[in-house]
Design a protein around this ligand. Sequence first.
Ligand code: NAD
Length: 500
Amino acid sequence: MNTSPTSLRLEDVSTAEDWLAVLADHNFVDGALVPVPGTLDVMEPATMQVLATAAASGQPEVAAAVAAAKAAQPGWADIAARKRGKMIAEAGRAITAEAEAIAKLLARETGKAIATECRGELAVSADLLEFYGGLGSELKGETVPFDPSVFATTTREPLGVIGAIVPWNVPLVLTMLKIAPALVAGNTVVIKASEEAPFATLACAAILDRYLPNGVVNVVVGDGPNCGAALTAHPDIAKITFTGSEAAGRIVYQEGAKRIVPVSLELGGKSPMIVCEDANLEKVVTGAISGMRFTRQGQSCTAASRIYVHETLYDTFLEALQAQLDTMTIGDPLDEATQIGTIINAKQKATIDRYIAVADATPGARVVQCGTLPTGGGLAPDLFMQPTLILDLPEDSPVAREEIFGPVCVIQKWSDYEAVIAAANDSDYGLAATVWTDSLTRALDATKRLNAGYVQVNQNLTIQPNLSYGGFGNSGLGKEASLEAMLEHFTRKKTIVMAM
Ligand code: NAD
């Protein structure tokens, strides 16, 4: 059923604009678009115009979504695990078939470039559904050699209804990281989409629903304090999986504690990249640009936002990095030539600007801005930003220590290996780290000593299916993207002992 005031039906949607017309002001609950009375403006960051209004859900809407998920869960769990997986994988292929329209929707709501970011996000999202879709048979228990007089075994059971809360920066991948393993494990889900960028998430849920029983996947849209909080407080939510800021993560963790339900948290980061004297400079420069996620305007939890370069390479590295950043095209997210789009909103832009101002006011520090801002073409100038390098900054500056979540990278010179490892580890975060060297000994030593959940050598990849991903310290709790993530975070283990 589609109760949208537009004459379009969900099954006839084919363009990004069609999706917007049917999804505006709606949640997706129990296989249908459900209109919500209150609305929120979702801005298109490249134009600063309202893209569409989105549902402003609160407690009643969340309760309806949880009720649908709860009703659907026993039937879903009764489907053979391998068959559930096949259904999820098929939904992944369907998303691939409709990827172009959703990539455009994503580019319009997030300001990320379609060519460098949004198409790739759709591909990874579909890949995650296919990856987990193949893991249904892995929901195995063990037989335990306890005593010859008993038969002892363990089984893995679904938890029930999962509450999944996601941010705006990579909304689809971060949603799939949660729901693909949760669903294959026999749970049903209520996704709390980001109020800044809810539409691509709603579209993907509507596609998934075509392959699943109604009520298995539900999406509510709303803000954190009303909608997110109603979800975390709901007594029928058996587990909360959250990606977002450290501040909101702490609140969510406390809510989980009140009801004694498990909570997984993927929070912020200030990830170090250590460049040793024997590193391949060309690869390092490319790795710094991809690692810093400049094509995502640096809005990435794993952004390599602290780069430590050995003094012998420092000047050449800086020159080459700046030269390459200068060639990158900042512009309309929908233009195929654009490599760098916009910051998500004015609040985030103001936060980034404040950090740059602090660096600018620091004696001896230098702020280097690269590339050229776009003009004209119907674009609003407000949220475009140049890639920004901060040099000669004291290590204790908040700019060097706190997550900025923008295209701002602090570059430091080092000469002593022990000191650079200590500096890299001197952080409350521990999400990701990279080391760049041709020495196997150095690489092995650094990977052992770096205090981060995802450590790479001579590359700077994002989250990959099959590689466990999750932070240490204030970067969060739990793992995503792997078989381990499905078993540990979306099932409960039961021990069964039978007297013979
Ligand atoms: P945010 O914490 O403001 O919001 C994230 C989500 O939580 C949103 O859906 C929001 O509505 C919801 N929320 C906010 N307050 C809530 C509350 N009290 N109860 C329940 N839900 C609440 O974060 P953001 O600005 O959307 O995203 C940026 C942050 O996300 C950055 O700090 C970044 O590091 C982090 N992030 C982490 C990862 C990771 O994998 N570790 C990935 C992407 C982003």
